[in-house]
Design a binder for this molecule. Structure first.
Ligand code: GH3
Ligand code: MG
Ligand code: MG
Length: 343
């Protein structure tokens, strides 16, 4: 069950009037509640008239996240649902003898979770004064309170950890390419400016290459789109195998990749690009046991200049890539000079 979209029209907490009309809970009932276990009958007898009984209907709210709370509630019967925010992440379900409200009461802060009844639920309500009276009267109550508070904190920490892991997972997914597992265009747009800044700041050389698979359309047309996908995946693997750990690779889209050679001047970047081009041109490609034509790539390399921004850097690499295509493909050219490698 999840919470209704809208709060119920009736106020979640019963009025004083109706509270008073409820009979005091019998000592026998109190004695069986986990929260009060071990507490002597004398204290339970004195507690009876001080405590109130509250009944919630299914879906009715007891506490709302962000609102103040000054009571501790013990479940007599029924079940409560504790969520971080209404309707989404279930934090806990509380049954007979379990308590809620102690953390906000102890810390004097707002409620950190939303609590509602999953079914018709009866609660023992200890207001602040009664709560502190119990603390000073019953050692067993204090010990139980400590244990339950520790459990509650542990479960909250677990939930926070799980949320952090989930967020990391989504952040990671948002920045990587689903097909190849390389970084994606969004990553490139976010990271390249930072990488450029870092290199400009430290006056270290940086090169960027754009690599494009030659006649990729022919693979799609001749062998089908899934075969094209298999080629993209294999090329990405060859990229990973042939780059240094300090370099970066991203799939910019389609059959186009950006390679970032950190702390590398143009001759080193061209050598790295050529090594990769040769590895691809020499690698066997197949799809479902069927051999595919030799795959080749063309690359355009551009070096960072003091005046260039990330956009210009990529544009210059793209420009030379275009020239490499025109010059016959399966080659690396660099910006600002003639071809440095013609196979
Ligand atoms: P060139 O040598 O000039 O680069 O020619 P090309 O055929 O490689 O380039 P073109 O731009 O004509 O074709 C690229 C093709 O890549 C067209 C597009 O349908 C295909 N493509 C883009 N993304 C994907 C993908 O994720 N998977 C597959 N299988 N094909 C894709
Ligand atoms: Mg292409
Ligand atoms: Mg292309």
């Amino acid at each position: 069950m999840s919470f209704p979209d809208r709060p119920p029209p009736t106020p979640p907490v019963a009025s004083e009037e109706s509270l008073r009309s409820q009979a005091s809970p019998a000592v026998a009932v109190l004695r069986e509640l986990r929260a009060l276990q071990g507490t002597g009958d004398e204290i339970l007898e004195a507690l009876g008239p001080r405590a109130r009984v509250l009944q919630l209907e299914p879906g009715q709210f007891l506490l709302r996240r962000g609102e103040p709370n000054s009571c501790i509630y013990v479940v007599i019967s029924g079940r409560l649902r504790v969520e971080l925010d209404g309707g989404s992440s279930l934090l806990a379900q509380l049954g007979r003898g379990e308590t809620v409200g102690e953390l906000s009461l102890l810390t004097g802060s707002i409620t950190t979770a939303t609590v509602a009844a999953e079914e018709r639920t009866q609660l023992l309500v200890l207001d602040e004064e009664t709560f502190w009276w119990m603390v000073s009267s019953s050692h067993e109550f204090c010990v139980g309170l400590l244990v339950r508070s520790a459990e509650r904190m542990r479960s909250n920490t677990d939930a926070v950890q799980a949320n952090i892991a989930l967020r990391r997972h989504f952040e990671q997914a948002a920045l990587s390419d689903a097909l190849t597992g390389l970084h994606n265009r969004r990553w490139l747009d976010q990271m390249l400016p930072r990488i450029v800044q870092r290199h400009l700041h430290s006056s270290e050389p940086l090169c960027v290459a754009i690599m494009d698979i030659d006649h990729f359309k022919r693979i799609n047309d001749g062998f089908g789109h899934p075969a094209g996908d298999a080629v993209l995946t294999r090329v990405a693997q060859l990229v990973r195998d042939n780059l240094r750990p300090t370099d970066f690779a991203a799939r910019m889209g389609g059959e186009e990749f950006a390679l970032i050679f950190c702390q590398t001047a143009r001759p080193g970047a061209v050598r790295a690009a050529e090594r990769l081009r040769e590895a691809i041109a020499g690698a066997p490609f197949d799809y479902q046991g069927r051999g595919l034509p030799q795959v080749t790539v063309s690359l355009g390399v551009a070096a960072l200049e003091r005046t260039s921004d990330p956009g210009q850097l990529l544009a210059r690499a793209d420009e030379v890539l275009y020239r490499a295509k025109e010059a016959g493909r399966n080659r690396t050219l660099w910006a600002g000079s003639d071809a440095v490698s013609l196979p």
